[in-house]
Design a binder for this molecule. Structure first.
Ligand code: NAI
Ligand code: HPV
Length: 310
């Protein structure tokens, strides 16, 4: 039996082609015609929410493999009986690196310096240091742990990991739980959100959360936009009380005229934390391995949903 696999690019089609595999190029954002029948869909996260439902119209679909990690967008569109896997391990490094870039750029006011450069204006700035600061890492999974590891060489006063449950890791790290947030938030100079979007995390960073952060503290979001109450954040930024560096926003893409574009003290990047050439190579290699496994009837790697949904 030949495994029919939809892939978003000619390069991936080339990589996965082989005995027992038929690669078909179909991109969820750009191919507006209905997808051809296929056993497997390999896909990126659609850039536009309206394109998500295209997954549910693929005849014969049995497995979806995501080229990234976040899978919340696909769950409600998975046809019954379909299993799901993601690219765990391929993108955490790049994402954590971007978090550090956002923290350092914000603390050292690089966007202000860049604006000065565009105006050919030379005026030294006084900024804040990561050394000696307290950094909360909210969400302590694959991405959160990589962020925490990258913070250590900067010698912060403390790194406070927060996740769903309290525990001490095998390496002795004390992970706090969300119930402790009211006590911990006033201590944090920087809060880095690495949470997935699910019912329990939606708007977890709400007006009360933001109000508990200290004056001048920095909120960084590299998880999902919907974890933050955007209106409440805009209000804090416009009041000049907090700063923010956001790779993910709600809504996304950010529409023209949205108040976040020009909010004071807000650095925005367009959901690009994971986008490195190295990530592409790693996820391509993972996809080749995944397709080989599926073609030979073996258990797929990194299953997110192992029991076919009904
Ligand atoms: N900006 C970007 O380009 C990228 C964003 N991401 C996002 O980062 C997210 C996290 O990825 P991973 O670290 O691999 O996920 P993971 O599943 O390994 O870790 C999630 C963490 O969140 C915690 N958590 C879950 N629900 C919680 C709750 N209600 N309260 C407190 N903590 C809670 C878990 O305990 C765990 O520590 C992805 O789901 C994706 O949305 C991932 C890659 C790139
Ligand atoms: O892995 C994720 O969840 C990410 O957000 C990054 O990749 P994406 O932009 O979703 O293709």
């Amino acid at each position: 039996m030949v495994l029919r696999v939809l892939v978003p690019s000619a390069a991936l089609a080339h990589d996965i082609s082989g005995p027992g595999v038929q690669a078909i190029i179909w991109h969820i954002d750009t191919d507006t015609s209905p997808a051809p029948a296929a056993d497997v869909l390999v896909t990126e996260r659609p850039r536009f929410p309206a394109h998500r439902s295209r997954v549910s119209a693929i005849p014969g679909l049995r497995h979806v493999h995501l080229l990234s990690i976040g899978y919340e967008w696909v769950l409600e569109h998975l046809p019954a009986g379909t299993t799901l896997s993601n690219s765990r391990g391929a993108v955490e490094d790049a994402t954590a690196e971007h978090a550090l870039a956002l923290i350092l750029a914000s603390l050292r006011d690089l966007p202000v310096a860049a604006q000065q450069q565009h105006r050919h204006h030379w005026s030294p700035l006084w900024t804040s240091s990561l050394h000696g600061s307290v950094v909360m890492v909210l969400g302590y999974g694959g991405v959160g742990q990589e962020v925490a590891a990258r913070l250590e060489p900067f010698r912060p006063a403390a790194v406070l990991p927060v996740a769903s449950r309290q525990r001490t890791t095998a390496t002795g790290v004390q992970v706090h739980e969300t119930q402790e947030l009211p006590a911990l938030l006033p201590r944090a100079d920087v809060v880095v959100v690495t949470l997935p979007h699910q019912e329990s995390t939606e708007r977890l960073v709400d007006a009360a959360f933001l109000a508990a952060m200290g004056d001048g503290a920095l909120l960084v979001n590299i998880g999902r936009g919907a974890v933050v109450d955007t209106d409440a954040l805009v209000a804090e930024l416009q009041a000049g009380r907090l700063r923010a560096a956001l790779d993910v926003t709600d809504p996304e893409p950010l529409p023209a005229g949205h108040p976040l574009w020009d909010a004071p003290g807000c650095l925005l990047t367009p959901h690009m934390a994971g986008n490195t050439h190295e990530f592409l190579r790693r996820s391509a290699a993972l996809t080749v391995e995944q397709v080989r496994r599926l073609a030979s009837g073996r258990e797929p790697l990194h299953l997110v949903r192992s029991t076919p949904c009904s």
